[in-house]
Design a binder for this molecule. Structure first.
Ligand code: FMN
Length: 183
């Protein structure tokens, strides 16, 4: 089974992104070996003042543990029409240029609003494309997350729940295919 690391892409306490991350894990782990990460654990304080070119060991350790996988899934909330600032900091301190190169990546957005984090997911895709990742084409945008998502049961809309499960079942197979191409 491919190894897939999932990142809850905010450091907000009690975040929906972390709830979604925990909800999807049992479904994803039917076909993958998974490990969950949250940017709440990111050693942001060690970057105070800007440490570009001199990445602290704590940040290197977080990066190394996250990158040690065959594929990645990002769960991204919408903050002011974009993705959280800490996700950009995390991305800017990944090893350049190789961190995401030819790596399979899958994306889930969640937001209080009606667009379900379509904007931040597509903005983040631009960064991933620049860094030459292979983006899985099935994506989920969880709209009005506070009323449509239950941390135990998933999405209240059956069609959307089906699409979410399809993404979670399909992504491990995509990761396998990419690995075969590279061997
Ligand atoms: C700083 C901030 C900015 C936000 N901006 C938006 C926004 O632009 N559009 C939107 O639909 N929701 C916005 N929200 C609501 C969040 O999308 C919603 O609360 C989401 O569940 C937050 O994800 P989190 O719980 O994982 O932090 C914002 C929330 C925060 C904290």
């Amino acid at each position: 089974m491919p190894k897939i690391h999932v990142l809850s892409s905010t450091d907000r306490q009690g975040s929906n992104a972390w709830k979604v991350t925990n909800y999807i894990d049992p479904i994803l782990s039917q076909n993958a070996e998974t490990k969950l990460f949250t940017l709440r654990d990111y050693p942001l304080k060690d970057l105070h003042g800007g440490k570009y070119g001199d990445t602290p060991d704590t940040v290197k350790l977080f990066n190394d543990e996250f990158l040690d996988a065959d594929g990645y899934m990002f769960v991204i909330p919408e903050y002011n029409g974009g993705f959280p600032g800490i996700l950009k900091v995390f991305f800017d301190y990944l090893p350049f240029p190789e961190a995401m190169e030819k790596r399979p990546v899958s994306l889930i957005g969640e937001a209080a609003g009606a667009f379900g984090a379509l904007r931040p997911v597509e903005q983040f895709e631009q960064l991933l494309k620049y860094r030459k990742a292979y983006i899985y084409p099935e994506r989920m945008f969880i709209q009005r997350v506070n009323s449509t998502f239950d941390p135990e049961k998933g999405l209240s809309n059956e069609t959307l729940q089906g699409l979410l499960e399809s993404q979670l079942e399909g992504f491990p197979a995509f990761v396998d295919q990419v690995m075969q191409l590279q061997n």
